[in-house]
Ligand binder design. Structure first.
Ligand SMILES: Cc1ncc(COP(=O)(O)O)c(C=O)c1O
Length: 359
């Protein structure tokens, strides 16, 4: 349940909040979550028809792990599927972080890593990005920070939520080489939307990097829940021991196998994002707003008073992410949807900004 007065912690719609506005989820254009604009993978949806829901899922997700291994170029014992990337973040934290330790988090970023650390009694050391440098991190002083903090785990999101920054391979490789303490958890949940991707598998093979991916965004399976970890077999085995049995449902396993055999859905979704981006970014700039350059399928936009702007847009049937919980109360995050949806958002945002001026 959402706690009254607390900032929105994630994108996506909450029935409780919508009811306060007299809205139902179907009434709202949701720009607050960043999902493939073409929706769920049609192959995944078709695969759901063939499932016998009275049977338990395969607890070892063998067919799904084979499909992931084939798609990513790793071996099956280097793959661990989970109930969304979120479950895997919590399990990896439990495997590596102990009470009183100081994991490092490249901030501002997805809040679930910090929450998972708090649940095991650890306070994170934030490695803050510089807003003046387009929220890019300065990796130059990494040796000093890592020696001082000796983190049991480091979390870096590539591309990063909510800033859209995609760190370079050079920076991530040299970060991984400088680690003291524990490994790097490299969260690539939005990788499917990046036009110029670099390959993280060789980094994973050094044993210093755990790669995390989500199929809820690029394959459009947010409601179904599916993500996977790619790591050294010993790490996979250790994390698997902490995972509840049957975490990955029969539906998620079948949908995952089908989605992986039709990667063109992701390619088309990326192209749809690019088409919308070409319209949306200049349109937002024309409204006088600062837009952070983004390699992902969302943009961070400085509007001032993010909570207020979100409320004004909700009254117009559109949801954006208020970035207050990221420590950015002046920013909203807009998930890039189909062109026709973005064409509806811009005038609504213009109205909301004007209305605020006159209040
Ligand atoms: C960076 C990042 N990692 C992981 C997740 C969660 O992914 P999933 O839906 O697979 O749990 C999100 C969701 O917003 C995210 O932004």
């Amino acid at each position: 349940m959402a706690v009254a007065g607390e900032p929105q912690a994630h994108g996506g719609l909450r029935e409780e909040e919508l009811r306060a506005y007299g809205l139902r989820p179907a009434d709202v254009l949701d720009f607050s979550a960043s999902i493939n604009p073409l929706g769920a993978s049609p192959a995944a949806v078709a695969a759901l028809a063939g499932i016998d829901y009275s049977r338990y899922p395969d607890p070892d997700s063998v067919a799904l792990r084979e499909a992931i291994a084939a798609a990513t170029g790793v071996t099956i014992d280097e793959v661990l599927p989970g109930n969304g990337a979120t479950e895997l973040i919590h399990l990896v934290v439990r495997a590596f972080v102990r009470q009183g330790q100081r994991p490092v988090v490249f901030a501002p970023t997805f809040g679930e890593f910090e929450r998972a650390c708090r649940l095991v009694g650890a306070a994170v050391h934030p490695w803050k990005a510089n807003p003046q440098r387009g929220f890019r991190w300065n990796f130059d002083n990494k040796g000093g920070v890592l020696r001082r903090v000796t983190p049991p785990l480091v979390y870096l999101c590539a591309p990063n939520n909510p800033t859209g920054v995609y760190p370079t391979l050079l920076d991530v490789r040299s970060l991984a080489a400088s680690l003291i303490g524990g490994p790097l958890l490299l969260d690539e949940s939005y990788l499917g939307f990046v036009a110029q991707q670099w390959d993280s598998i060789p980094l994973m093979r050094t044993g210093r990097v755990l790669v995390l991916r989500s199929m809820t965004k690029d394959c459009g399976l947010a409601g179904l829940r599916l993500g996977y970890l790619l790591a050294d077999p010993d790490v996979v085995a250790a994390v698997r021991r902490l995972q509840p049995e049957w975490s990955v449902s029969a539906a998620a396993q079948a949908a995952g196998v089908a989605a992986l055999s039709h990667p063109e859905h992701v390619t088309r979704g990326r192209a749809a994002v690019e088409q919308s981006r070409r319209f949306l970014l200049p349109a937002l700039t024309e409204l006088g707003l600062m837009v952070n350059p983004s390699a992902a399928n969302f943009v961070l936009v400085e509007t001032g008073g993010a909570t207020d702007i979100r409320a004004r847009l909700l009254r117009r049937g559109m949801a954006v992410r208020d970035c207050t919980s990221f420590g950015l109360p002046e920013h909203i995050r807009i998930g890039i949807r189909r062109l026709e949806d973005c064409e509806r958002l811009v005038p609504a945002l213009r109205d909301a900004l004007r209305e605020r001026e006159h209040d």
